[in-house]
Design a protein around this ligand. Structure first.
Ligand code: HEC
Ligand code: HEC
Length: 361
């Protein structure tokens, strides 16, 4: 049993409800007001007003995402580290960029990123709270330390990053003008940009960094994983989860996990500067969606299995819960009910530059 030594005020109502049926906090009866903590994942992406969706922009973003032309030495693409075979992450503890070869755990090279690559799945919903309206919602807070406010802002950072994509041939100041130049020299890309941004008259002379960022952001927003069994359950179908999964869900709430892992992504995306959660560094709460596909875990990727990641919460002072008996198994079973195969996972067969799709993978 998971012992609860402290009741967080937020959870009192839930606990009372849970106990009314005599089943207690760890029972398998679906009696919690689950929608106080969680929501089903939206079944449509949310695009901001200043970068609306259109199909051509999505296709341009997809091409750019897979095209190593965005890297200094034309050998790394976004997809080298965010690949559908690994739940749009890379299956590695730390990522290898410009001097790498191979995909996922097989990728070799000498320079690794300081942090683990999170998935790009569901980034359209980053920061969405339980019950919050998607109308006018502005997703915000990217990277483990939340240093990028929007996906548009995030998109150019890996290109400028020496280890990830830039390499040493270009300086941080040179690289983006260089990329714009390269793209402007490929008629197929110029054509794609002009269709993606129909309100602007685009030619080879005025493709900009901003257009690149907007297209990448639009593509990524469409990569999301709705209609998991958990989503069905939240929508009212009690039979969608097994009794062990419901037990795990109840433990997740009553044990205090949902204090941070809440909303449709099971992540409040908050950086707790005052509270070192795991691994001696303050990082934001990550999404727990499609968790089976995105091992290893934590911001250093040093937790190789889901059970191991959950086990790290044993005897934590701030949580005041103890992992005993079946707790880890129940929690893991619940978290796997968030898995969904309903996400975009196409791998293009060519990119407009003619370079290798996905880079040197
Ligand atoms: C060499 C591997 C690598 C490449 C190439 C790469 N990324 Fe990443 N990506 C990472 C790592 C590592 C992080 C986490 C960095 C951090 O938080 O400090 C990350 C974080 C992100 C995030 C933040 C997700 C979140 O939930 O906060 C997004 C979005 C993203 N990358 C998109 C891209 C795009 C777009 C490209 C191509 C322009 C790209 N990445 C290229 C490794 C890579
Ligand atoms: C105080 C906020 C907070 C609470 C409470 C909390 N977590 Fe977390 N969780 C985090 C943060 C922050 C991370 C990322 C830590 C890191 O990367 O080092 C994380 C990471 C995780 C991960 C790994 C996700 C990934 O993709 O890497 C799992 C699994 C997880 N938590 C499960 C749980 C469970 C189960 C509980 C309850 C026993 C719990 N968490 C309670 C904030 C919290």
């Amino acid at each position: 049993m998971m012992r609860i030594q402290t009741l967080f005020p937020l959870f009192t109502a839930a606990l009372l409800t849970a106990c009314e049926d005599g089943d207690g906090a760890s029972g398998s009866t679906p009696s919690q007001p689950y929608t106080d903590f969680f929501s089903a994942l939206p079944t449509e992406a949310i695009h901001p007003a200043d970068n609306p969706f259109n199909q051509q922009k999505f296709e341009l973003g997809e091409a750019l995402f897979w095209d190593p032309i965005l890297s200094g030495d034309q050998n790394v693409a976004c997809a080298s580290c965010h690949h559908p075979n690994f739940g749009w992450a890379d299956g590695r503890a730390l990522s290898i960029g410009v001097d790498g070869k191979g995909l996922g755990p097989d990728r070799t090279g000498t320079k690794a990123t300081p942090k683990h690559a999170p998935t790009i799945m569901n980034v359209a919903f980053t920061g969405l709270d339980a019950g919050e309206s998607t109308e006018g919602f502005l997703a915000t807070g990217y990277f483990w330390d939340l240093r990028a406010d929007s996906l548009e802002q995030q998109a150019l950072e890996p290109i400028k990053n020496q280890i990830e994509m830039r390499g040493v041939r270009f300086t941080e100041q040179q690289i983006l003008p260089e990329i714009v130049n390269r793209l402007s020299g490929i008629p197929e890309y110029v054509d794609m940009f002009s269709h993606a941004f129909p309100a602007e008259i685009i030619s080879a002379d005025n493709i900009s960094q901003e257009h690149i960022a907007k297209a990448l952001a639009t593509f990524q927003r469409e990569v999301f994983s709705p209609n998991s069994r958990f989503d069905e359950f939240i929508a009212g179908n009690d039979a969608a989860l097994t009794s062990q999964e419901i037990t795990g869900l109840n433990k997740f709430i009553n044990g205090g996990c949902a204090r941070c892992h809440s909303g449709p992504l099971l992540a409040d995306n908050v950086l707790r500067e005052d509270q070192i959660v795991i691994n001696f560094e303050a990082v934001r709460t990550p999404s727990l969606r499609n968790i089976s596909q995105t091992a290893p875990y934590m911001h250093l990727g040093d937790s190789s299995t889901l059970n191991n990641a959950i086990g790290l919460y044993e005897d934590r002072g701030d949580l005041q819960v103890t992992m005993e008996d079946d707790d880890v198994g129940d929690l893991a079973a619940f978290l796997r009910s968030l898995d969904s195969e309903n996400f975009y996972q196409e791998i293009p067969t060519r990119v407009p530059s003619g370079l290798k799709v996905g880079g040197n993978i």
